[in-house]
Design a protein around this ligand. Structure first.
Ligand SMILES: Cc1cc2nc3c(=O)[nH]c(=O)nc-3n(C[C@H](O)[C@H](O)[C@H](O)COP(=O)(O)OP(=O)(O)OC[C@H]3O[C@@H](n4cnc5c(N)ncnc54)[C@H](O)[C@@H]3O)c2cc1C
Length: 480
């Protein structure tokens, strides 16, 4: 068949836009560069696309009709939530032929079952709104990440987001009981079950969680709720080495049990960056130490007890010379100040200059070895390279980033970025780790992953993709 002429392509595009308008209304179809611009670039402004249109459906019926229309016309669909993803997963390509389906208008909480401890929410609900809705009912929805004010639950599900409470509550995957999904042919899978036990064949919802929009569009989910903690205690603990921080993690697990909710690590270089770029921030200690652990305990039974449990555990750690010093937040404002240091690291790092980011995960037992070995290799390759080491140590996830040596040109640094990432990823793989702990693959790591997964695993993924999306219309160019 001859390729369509420019006029035929233009006519087809116009006809598709007209049909999209008929489904969702004119105000919910954006087509000018000015209107689509903010949706066509990722949060880090690393990937820039050019969509045919941005469509904002308001219901599952509308999403299904939009996807069916796209499927019938072989038009690629790029699902999008809050657009805070860090691997370019929600950014279209530059062909001008892909349709972004943005879920932000689907933001209703459909139901709250306090006996079943579940909340049913539409994909476009902002994470912070869900957390608040749970709190309003004396419950906790524990997923928590720095982007929670703008990321949406559909995006969290599709990236299997992690964050700061994985140690206690698990990733998003562990917080979901049921899903509603629009499949690549426009059919709706109604799997909104609120069951904690359901062994009736393949657990289909798990396929869509973490699929980064390549298998369908999540439109709603049944989420697990937990008892709302009555009290929390937060501390920053000074450590000499990551090994010492890991010993502290074991000590706190043994002495505080399941109260241990968060255990974050950051190096003194990270603290220095925050103090430099956010001058209102305060260092937690008069002296400086090589590493810091940000520790949080929460307790659902007693507000008073949790503070003393943390004090006792840290006092014992100090006595045994496991740690160098500890500062326990005296009040809510100091607690926010402590978390502020941790949360401002990415922005401070960006303000400092060009960097290469990694999101590796390792068996916790191998983290210290990883940090030592990877740093030695990186310094050998690029003397003067600055290590920006921080992350969710409690669940084995490091944001093991590197900054350019002082005096090196940003372009020259970018020139060796792939080589540096390969060094980091090789070390992670050698120690049984993963090259993407919580951010996904998107378009950023789609090629890179082929070096680390076996042919059998990649092949299985391709077969699943082909079975669900035989025409390849759902978020092409991402993941596989
Ligand atoms: C400051 C900052 C801090 C962050 N911290 C963390 C962190 O601690 N832990 C963590 O895991 N991530 C973190 N992230 C990354 C990001 O916030 C998460 O990946 C988040 O889950 C993305 O949600 P979103 O709604 O923004 O999704 P988007 O960016 O819009 O989309 C992400 C992916 O999901 C797909 N998608 C979106 N919605 C749907 C849907 N309804 N159905 C199917 N596919 C869909 C998209 O196509 C894309 O592939 C952080 C990001 C920022 C900017």
């Amino acid at each position: 068949m001859p390729a369509p002429t420019n006029k035929e392509s233009d006519d087809l595009e116009k006809s598709i836009i007209k049909q999209l308008v008929a489904v969702v209304g004119e105000a919910a179809v954006l087509t000018t560069t000015e209107d689509t611009g903010p949706y066509a670039v990722d949060w880090r402004r690393r990937y820039h696309g050019r969509p045919l249109a941005v469509v904002k459906p308001a219901s599952t019926v509308e999403v299904a009709a939009v996807v069916k229309l796209c499927a019938d016309n072989r038009v690629a669909v790029v699902p999008q939530g809050g657009n805070t993803g860090l691997v370019g997963g929600a950014t279209p390509d530059e062909s001008g032929t892909q349709v972004i389906v943005n879920l932000s208008r689907m933001n209703r909480i459909r139901g709250l079952d306090l006996v079943n401890n579940t909340l049913t929410a539409e994909a476009g609900c902002v994470l912070a709104t869900l957390q608040q809705a749970a709190r309003d009912s004396d419950r906790l929805f524990p997923l928590s990440l720095a982007a929670e004010g703008s990321c949406e639950i559909g995006g969290n599900l599709s990236t299997n987001a992690g964050g700061t409470a994985v140690l206690r509550y698990g990733n998003t995957r562990e917080l979901v009981l049921g899903l509603e999904v629009v499949l690549p042919n426009g059919e709706v899978w109604e799997g909104l079950r609120g069951l904690r036990k359901d062994n009736t064949g393949y657990d289909l919802k798990q396929l869509f969680i973490g699929a980064e929009g390549t298998l369908g569009i999540v439109t709603a989910a049944v989420l697990k709720l937990f008892p709302l903690p009555k009290g929390r205690a937060t501390a920053i603990v000074a450590c000499e080495t990551p090994r010492q921080a890991l010993a502290l993690l074991s000590h706190l697990q043994a002495n505080c049990g399941e109260r241990l909710t968060g255990f974050e690590l950051f190096s003194d270089y990270c603290l220095g960056l925050v103090l430099k770029h956010f001058p209102a921030s305060q260092a937690p200690f008069a002296a400086r130490f090589a590493h810091y652990a940000l520790v949080e305990l929460t307790d659902t039974l007693s507000a008073d007890r949790v503070q003393s449990v943390l004090e006792e555990a840290l006092a014992a750690a100090l006595e045994r010379h496991m740690i160098k010093d500890a500062a326990i937040a005296a009040n809510e404002s100091q607690c926010r100040q402590f978390w502020g240091i941790r949360e401002r690291i990415p922005e401070s790092e960006a303000a400092e200059g060009r960097n290469v980011k990694h999101d590796v995960s390792l068996p916790i037992s191998h983290i210290a070895e990883f940090i030592e070995a990877a740093e030695a290799s990186l310094v050998r390759r690029l003397p003067g390279i600055r290590m920006v080491t921080f992350g969710h140590l409690g669940d084995g996830n490091l944001h093991y980033n590197v900054s350019l040596p002082q005096g090196m040109s940003p372009d020259a640094f970018t020139g060796v970025a792939d080589e540096l990432s390969r060094i980091v990823h090789d070390h992670a793989a050698r120690l049984g780790g993963s090259i993407s702990a919580e951010h996904g693959l998107g378009q950023m790591k789609r090629e890179e992953i082929t070096h680390y997964k076996s042919a059998i695993e990649i092949n299985l993924m391709k077969r699943i993709k082909a079975a669900l999306d035989p025409d390849g219309i759902m978020n092409p160019g991402k993941v596989i």
